[in-house]
Design a protein around this ligand. Sequence first.
Ligand code: ATP
Length: 442
Amino acid sequence: MKTAKLSDIVSLCARRGFVFPSCQIYGGLASIWDYGPLGAVLKKNIKDAWWKTYVEFRNDILAVDTSLIMNEEVFAASGHLSGFNDTLLECKQCRRRFKIEHLEEVEEGVYKCPECASLIDTKNNPVRQFNLMLKTHLGVVENSLQTAYLRPETAQGMFVNFANVLNTTHKKLPFGIAQIGKSFRNEVTTKSFIFRTREFEQMEIEFFVQPGKAPEFYEYWKQERMRWYVEEIGINEENLKFREHAKEELAHYAKACVDVEYNFSFGWKELEGIASRGDFDLSRHAEFSGKDLRYYDDRKKERFFPYVIEPSAGVDRTFLAVLNDAYCEEEVNGRKRVVLKLNKKIAPYKIAVFPLLKNRPEIVELAKKIYEDLKYTRKVVYDDTAAIGKLYRRQDEIGTPFCITVDVDSLSDGKVTVRDRDTMQQQRVSIGGLKEYFQDKF
Ligand code: ATP
C-alpha cells in the first residue's frame, strides 16, 4: 500500500490548521503540539467514534474521567517509579542523548551516533536510567510540599477506582472501565511529529474477566480493535497489522501482548498495545493501599482478583494514521490535486456551501440560506472568500466529502450543484431535496 510522506502531512497540517507547534510565537516547546480548528474537530471525531463504540453502544463498559495529577503511591504500586525508564547514552561529541535500543551497535558496547556519526563507547560513556514520568509538587508551604506525578497512562486512574466503580454500579464480570484523556511522558526520542510527544491523549479500556477467561477475551479484543480501525474510522486494512510481543519483550506479569501497527512512511509503528495483564495491577494496588480490591463472586461464594485485558490506543497516533491513510495526490487536467479521502464519519466538515459569484447578492443570499437550513443536520461550512477553483481545492485538502455550489441557474430552477470529493462528479440536486439527499449519502 502506498503511504504518504511525513513531510507532506506536516506541511498540510500547518497550511490548513490541523496542528501547530505548542507556544509557537515563543519558539515552541519540544515535542508538544497544539491542535488547530480542523485538528481539534478531527481529533474529537476520532474520540467520539471510540466512545460511541465502547461506552455508548455497550452495556458492559463504564466510563470514568480521572485526574491527571496522581498520588506518588499509585506509581510505587504500579511499578512506574522504579521501572518506567529509558536507557540512555550520551554522545560526547554532539551532546545529544539517545535511547540505547535506537542506536546501531558497531561492535560490542560501541554505538554509532545517529546525529554526528561519532562512535560512543559505553566504557567511557555511562549508560543511564532516565525515568519518563513528569514530577510536580503540590501545596504552598516549601517544607510541606507533596510530590505528585502527571500520569504516564490513563490506566492507573481506572485501577485505583475499581472498587468505587464496582460498589456503585454492581457490575458482574466480565465488564470494562474506559476513559479517554491526556497522559504525559518525558520522552527522550521526540521525532516523527505527533507520533511520539510528551503530552498526548489515550483511549484505554481495562476489561475485567474471570481468570480462566483471559485468553478468550484477549483474542476477542484483538479482533474487535482491528475491526474498529477498519470499519469505524475507515483505515485501510492493508496498512494495519498485528505484532505479537516475544516472551522476552513481555513485562514479567504480562501473559501476552500484541501491538496494532500502522504502515507509516517511517516504518510499521505501534498505534495501540493490547495486553493480557493478569491480576498484577489490582493485586499491587491492594497490597500498597491496604484495601481489599478483590471481586466477590456471589454464585461461587469466593473472592478473587479478576484478570485484565487492556486495549490501550493513542489518539494522536490514530490521528496521524488517519491523515496518512487519507492523503492522496492526483493529477487533474495537468494540475496536482491534494485530497484527504477521509471517512465521512470523521471528516471535520461534512458539507461546504459556496456562491459561484459573490458579487451577486441574490446568489450569496441563497447560499447562506442553504447553509442555515442544513447547519443543524451535520457540520456544514459556508465560504465565499475565494474563487470557486480555490474553494474546491481547500475543501479537498481538508477532506470535506461534499461541496454545494449555488449559481445563476439556481435562482430560476431551484437546483444546486453537489460535487463529490472523491469522484469529483457533479450532480444537480433540488434545494428542497438536499436534506434527504445527504441523509442518504451519510
Ligand atoms: P512506544 O513503545 O511507542 O513508546 P508504548 O508501548 O510505551 O509506546 P503504551 O504504554 O502501550 O505505549 O501506550 C499505549 C498507547 O499510547 C501507544 O500505543 C501509543 O498509541 C500511545 N502513546 C504512548 N506513548 C506515546 C507518546 N509519547 N506520544 C504519543 N502517543 C503515545
